[in-house]
Design a protein around this ligand. Structure first.
Ligand code: FAD
Length: 412
């Protein structure tokens, strides 16, 4: 059986490592963090996953947090009234066909690492460098780099034609807390869109000390929600900024958090990055090839909560491609072909995500408004997050959007 080495013990690297182990491969994962480091780290994501992505974890027996993890059954959209006031202009909730959930990466990754070793995988704790990659390629049949936003991913050349933006499009922050009041007819991702200012979404998840609420704040650069620089790493200051944003722009969300508090001093994060697509194959000093996986080569802004979902889909497709390859070589042509299959599936996710970072066009405003009137539209919007390619059949195109609105109205 082939010897395969994966750099990066995150969502994609660990899932792929477990999948390969189950098929008898000799697998090594190189991680710059120990399980204990992860449990003592700051939060890194809101990592909400939809049904398809969760099914790939379940296939590999990686879902042992069920039923402790809170199930989220829907996705709601709220838009404030431009005139201000305590009531939003738009508010509705779409029902997911199958629930999604979120498990803090500080809970999931160390546990998956420990299980990987128990199942016979080799875990090496080391912050890999480009020189290490050269050595790894000499010692293994295939080397995959799944280091997320880490610096090592810069060995892959930026794919200019596939990138929409050069600069970060949002100032990002995460706040994990306890004690938020529920909102809506069922547990939902509550997505609040504040035109010209940013976005805020909140939902239930599972963290180190049990069930929690996970808030993601996305501020347009230079605007009022781009406000984290002077409170970086300061839990009290970060919490106060979070409350200030909700009180100022989203009073119905502020009303939910009056009795809330941070889950822990490390339940905060702020930062920014540019959405970036990279060429999937890099060459080491000796001329051998390594293949990039997930965020290392296809990095989206979290506005649509797709990165972890993409990572699971990519890891699943890489696993299938490795199995299909059988005894054949993992050469450059195979690497490029493997990534192109992933790109075909995930390019719509990137295009839709990048579109949501821009001011919404008129047909999108009409659709979001109509979803408050027609449940069918709200449900379709929510379920599109599981398979964003559906947005290209109605949401992404003004003509298809009009046609769909007419169909829904006549059905109603
Ligand atoms: C604010 C925010 C909110 C988000 N919310 C969501 C959401 O709701 N839903 C969603 O689907 N996605 C979300 N994401 C994105 C999601 O978390 C990532 O896309 C996903 O974790 C990517 O998986 P990955 O395997 O590519 O990388 P990661 O999961 O980041 O794993 C990379 C691993 O590589 C390790 N590493 C890095 N460099 C090295 C090195 N040199 N040597 C060894 N190891 C190394 C890292 O420590 C890490 O363990 C969010 C991201 C952010 C920033």
């Amino acid at each position: 059986m082939a010897k395969i080495l994966i750099v990066g013990a995150g969502q994609a690297g660990l899932q792929l490592g477990h999948g390969l182990l189950q098929h008898g491969y000799d697998v090594t994962i190189v991680s710059d963090r120990t399980p204990a480091d992860w449990r003592d780290a700051h939060v890194s994501s809101s990592q909400f996953q939809f049904a398809t992505s969760l099914s790939y974890e379940r296939e590999l027996g990686l879902d042992w947090w069920d039923p402790a993890v809170p199930k989220v059954e829907g996705l709601g959209v709220t838009i404030p009234n431009p005139e201000g006031g305590d009531a939003p202009a738009v508010e509705w909730f779409g029902h997911l066909d199958s629930p999604g959930h979120s498990i803090d990466q500080r809970v999931k990754f160390p546990s998956w690492m420990e299980k990987f070793e128990l199942r016979g995988g080799k875990l090496v704790i080391h912050a890999a460098t480009p020189e290490d990659l050269d050595r790894y390629t000499a010692e293994n049949d295939l080397v995959i780099v799944a280091t997320g936003k880490g610096r090592l991913g810069q060995i892959f050349e930026r794919w200019d034609e596939r990138c929409t933006y050069d600069e970060p499009q949002r100032a990002l922050a995460l706040t994990y807390c306890h004690g938020v009041e529920p909102r809506g007819p069922f547990s939902s991702v509550c997505f609040n869109l504040i035109p010209g200012v940013g976005e805020y979404f909140v939902f239930e998840g599972l963290t180190l000390n049990g069930p929690c609420w996970i808030m993601t704040l996305e501020g347009i650069p230079g605007g009022p929600m781009d406000c984290w620089d002077d409170v970086r790493g300061d839990p009290k200051g970060h919490w106060e900024k979070t409350l200030w944003i909700l009180e100022t722009f989203l009073p119905w969300e502020y009303a939910r958090v009056r009795n809330a508090e941070l889950t822990d001093a490390k339940g905060i994060l702020s930062g920014r990055f540019a959405p970036t697509v990279r060429k999937p194959v890099a060459t080491t000093a000796s001329g051998r090839k390594v293949l990039g996986l997930a965020d290392a080569v296809l990095l989206n802004d979290p506005i649509t909560g797709q990165g972890a979902n993409n990572a699971t889909k990519s890891a699943k497709m890489y696993l299938d491609a490795i199995l299909e390859r059988g005894e054949g070589p993992f050469d450059e042509a195979w690497m490029n072909a493997t990534f192109e299959r992933v790109w075909d599936r995930l390019q719509p996710v990137a295009t839709w995500t990048n579109a949501l970072l821009a001011p919404p066009p008129e047909h999108v405003i009409n659709l979001l408004g109509a979803a408050g009137q027609y449940q069918e539209i709200a449900d379709r919007f929510a379920n599109g997050f599981d398979d964003p390619s559906d947005f290209f059949n109605w949401f992404m195109d003004p003509q298809l959007a009009d046609q769909y609105l007419q169909e829904v109205a006549s059905r109603a």
